[in-house]
Ligand binder design. Structure first.
Ligand code: ADP
Length: 589
């Protein structure tokens, strides 16, 4: 049953019940009042009759009494009966006293005789109707009761007098009931309308819609107060939700912008939050929320680290090596959050690149030391020999000195290549920061020609055929002239070095879209397949002895690679052993 009907029926029933009781009581009271009025009338008539009958009752005769009683009865409209002390009827305004039986057993007679006043409501066998009787005693001069004066009225008369009044009360009751019905309808409607508003807003709030507002009536009372309070609550909740979702969005934005993997784990070891970086680290596609953290992190050391923090609630961190999904180093920081739920936050920094650079640096230092030690040891050895042994022939001395010079030259070569490499490496870092300001428009053809010029003698000594194919106008690009020259000298020098006598070296240059492609080729010894991916590493040489003999340092191609990168280009190599090599450089114009 709806609230409306409940409210309406209950309030209506209460009102009807109250009205019914009220009408019932009013009618009862009316009856009582009417009876007392009738009693009063009958008593007055009886007392009056006593006075009127006084003389005739001194020596009572039926004729004498009857004539007065008939007159009195007619005038007062009340039945008057006079009964002597033995119950013999002396006069009656409604009937012939002679025909009437003895009245000594009538209750009102007896009561009046004994108590000085009698009253009864009963059926009159004389008149054959319900009557209301009042009886008073008549006392003679000596104060002795010699007769009883009785007055009576039929009950029907008394009740009839009440009928219009009673029906008025009943009609009023019905009218009031209809009014009550209408009023309860109206009250229930307003109440349920307000309640419906409250139920509505509660439903909407439960559904999560916080933008609701119920209209509030101006009237005072509980329901408008509740409505106002609900509106206020919805508004406050809305504000708090907006604030919370704003903060959540901010947190999500920060988390997804982070390159570090972040994960929040509940005190029970379940994942609450995980950011994209961490999902990518472990190739997670499905949402791992609510999964246990060990199912995602899958590394015994990390699990032990997290377990420790969950237990001790003290921050801890460790460098951890992962083999799967790929070989990577992570610095894992685990920090307990200061919350009652005892959550912890796991932050994973990918330090693989850092580790790689660290290794490269260590390798480089080891390589440099090794490379420098060989010529230095040789120089030291030969110098000591020169010091200790007395060489008679100046030719021998010359021979040793020339060896010392060769090693010194090698040292110079290594140091100057290292300097160039360090220079190009720092420029490479700067180019990443877009800070190369010494670029200018250069004609590559001219740079290649001057590089070839520098190595012309070396090439012709080996009887090499050198060719350079280009267009007449040349090729203009924006670049650093000095670095490009360094790059071509290194590449042409290698071609000359690694091509046997009477071989051929050449340079081809062409333009395509916004790129200039320069190819340097030779018909030399070529590079074994397995060495191809490594030739750009520092100090890498396919054949160390051969390279050293040629005066190589193993740094030339590292320098070339950095110069290409500085210019935003790329370098590839094609090579076949005993057939030759081809270095292809693509530079943006
Ligand atoms: P190096 O000073 O030894 O020449 P580079 O860095 O210039 O050092 O070259 C690295 C290695 O690559 C060389 O030692 C050589 O083995 C190989 N290489 C470079 N250029 C050529 C080439 N044109 N033909 C054959 N091998 C080459």
């Amino acid at each position: 049953m709806s609230i409306f009907w409940k409210q309406f029926i209950s309030s209506f029933l209460i009102i009807v019940l109250v009205l019914f009781l009220f009408t019932f009581l009013v009618i009862g009271e009316l009856n009582k009042y009417d009876k007392s009025l009738t009693k009063e009338r009958l008593l007055t008539t009886a007392n009056l009759s006593t006075q009127v009958l006084k003389s005739s009752l001194e020596t009572p005769t039926i004729e004498g009494v009857q004539s007065i009683v008939s007159g009195l009865g007619e005038k007062t409209g009340v039945r008057i009966t006079v009964i002597d002390k033995n119950g013999v009827v002396l006069g009656d305004s409604k009937k012939n006293p002679r025909e009437m039986e003895n009245h000594s057993e009538r209750p009102e007679f007896k009561q009046a005789f004994n108590e000085g006043f009698g009253e009864s409501t009963r059926y009159s066998s004389t008149l054959q109707k319900e009557m209301f009787y009042v009886a008073v005693p008549y006392q003679d001069k000596n104060g002795k009761t010699t007769a009883i004066i009785r007055t009576a009225l039929p009950l029907s008369i008394i009740q009839q007098a009440l009928i219009p009044l009673e029906s008025k009360v009943i009609y009023m009751g019905i009218a009031l009931t209809i009014l009550a019905l209408l009023l309860s309808l109206a009250v229930s409607k307003t109440t349920t309308r307000s309640l419906a508003g409250i139920i509505n807003i509660s439903d909407e709030l439960a559904k999560g819609n916080l933008n609701v507002e119920i209209p509030v009536s101006d009237s005072k009372g509980e329901i408008p107060k509740i409505t106002k309070a609900l509106n206020h609550m919805a508004q406050k909740l809305n504000e708090v939700f907006k604030q919370l979702s704003h903060e959540k969005n901010q947190l999500e934005a920060v988390l997804s912008a982070m390159s570090e993997g972040v994960m929040v784990v509940s005190g029970k070891g379940r994942i609450i939050i995980i950011n994209n970086a961490l999902k990518e680290m472990f190739n997670l596609t499905d949402g791992p929320i609510q999964k246990p953290y060990w199912e995602v992190l899958r590394n015994r050391e990390v699990i032990k680290l997290i377990e420790g923090v969950l237990e001790n609630l003290k921050p801890d961190s460790k460098e951890i090596f992962y083999l799967y999904p790929e070989e990577r180093y992570y610095l894992v920081n685990v920090i307990p959050l200061n919350s009652p739920e005892k959550e912890i936050i796991v932050v994973m920094f990918d330090i693989t690149e850092f580790k790689r650079l660290e290794n490269i640096k260590a390798d480089f230092i080891a390589n440099v030391s090794h490379e420098l030690r060989t010529p230095l040891t040789a120089i030291k050895g030969y110098t000591e020999t020169l010091q200790e042994e007395a060489f008679e022939s100046p030719q021998d001395q010359k021979h040793f000195l020339s060896i010392i010079k060769r090693h010194a030259d090698r040292l110079i070569n290594i140091v100057s290549d290292l300097l160039v490499l360090s220079e190009v490496e720092s420029r490479d870092a700067l180019s990443k920061a877009n800070e190369n300001r010494d670029f200018e428009e250069v004609n590559i053809d001219e740079i290649i020609k001057s590089s070839l010029e520098a190595l012309k003698t070396k090439a012709s000594e080996k009887g090499l055929k050198v060719s350079f194919e280009t267009t007449e106008s040349g090729h203009i690009i924006t670049a650093n002239r000095f670095l490009l020259e360094q790059m071509f000298i290194n590449l042409i020098d290698n071609a000359v070095k690694y091509t046997p006598e009477h071989g051929k070296i050449g340079i081809e240059i062409s333009s395509r879209d916004k790129e200039t492609i320069i190819e340097i080729y030779d018909t030399g010894i070529g590079i074994p397949k397995e060495s191809l991916p490594r030739i750009f590493e520092r100090f890498y040489r396919v054949d160390k002895t051969r390279s050293r003999k040629m005066g190589g340092t193993g740094l030339g191609l590292s320098i070339v690679k950095h110069i290409v990168i500085i210019h935003g280009g790329k370098i590839e190599v094609q090579s076949e052993e005993e057939k030759g090599s081809r270095f292809i450089i693509t530079l943006p114009t």
